[in-house]
Write a protein that binds this ligand. Structure first.
Ligand SMILES: Cc1cc2nc3c(=O)[nH]c(=O)nc-3n(C[C@H](O)[C@H](O)[C@H](O)COP(=O)(O)O)c2cc1C
Length: 160
């Protein structure tokens, strides 16, 4: 498979998670490209067998109001571009992961925003969206969880 990771991060955790998942897929002989969300042209999403979207969960200000449980800014901007361009992605396969911290009310809610986005665009979500808690605080547990999720994803995508 030709796989694109599109990630959005503020303090590098989501990039590191994308790199780790990418190495799991490369070890299984898949071709893997990693891009930051702000370097992605929406049309590129159509070129891959599987697009894995990863975002940390952050806050965003709208009309001077603080919104919690949001997409990272670059992923938010990519989402807006996709809606603005009315780009539909029927039949295209996506997988979703989000980083967060369960001390926040909207734990890893970036994953929920991405699920809504992909269903709005008509894409197909492969596997269960993964929510990762405290990436830097529970490294062994999180790496293991991510490896298992990625391996399962590889099996599901190959079957589909
Ligand atoms: C200002 C701020 C707001 C955050 N808001 C949320 C949130 O609403 N929900 C959540 O689960 N985590 C939230 N987090 C935690 C981050 O998502 C978490 O630290 C994540 O690992 C950061 O990923 P990154 O290293 O890719 O930037 C917030 C962190 C900060 C500093």
């Amino acid at each position: 498979m030709d796989v694109l990771f599109v990630y959005a991060t503020n303090s590098s955790g989501t990039r590191l998670a994308a790199e780790l998942a990418g190495s799991v897929l490369r070890a299984k002989k898949h071709a893997v490209t990693l891009k930051r969300a702000n370097g992605v042209d929406p049309k590129e999403l159509k070129k891959y067998d599987l697009v894995i979207l990863g975002s940390c969960t952050w806050e965003r200000f709208e009309n001077k109001q603080k919104l919690e449980g949001q997409l990272q800014q670059h992923m938010y901007e990519l989402q807006q571009k996709l809606y603005d361009q009315n780009l539909l992605l029927p039949g295209r396969k996506f997988a979703i992961f989000a980083l967060g911290d369960d001390s926040y009310t909207n734990f890893a809610a970036a994953a929920d925003h991405l699920v809504s986005l992909i269903s709005d665009l008509g894409g197909e979500i492969v596997g269960q969206p993964l929510k990762i808690n405290g990436w830097f605080f529970h490294p062994d547990e999180n790496e293991q969880k991510l490896r298992v999720w990625t391996e399962k994803l590889a099996t599901l995508s190959a079957r589909a």
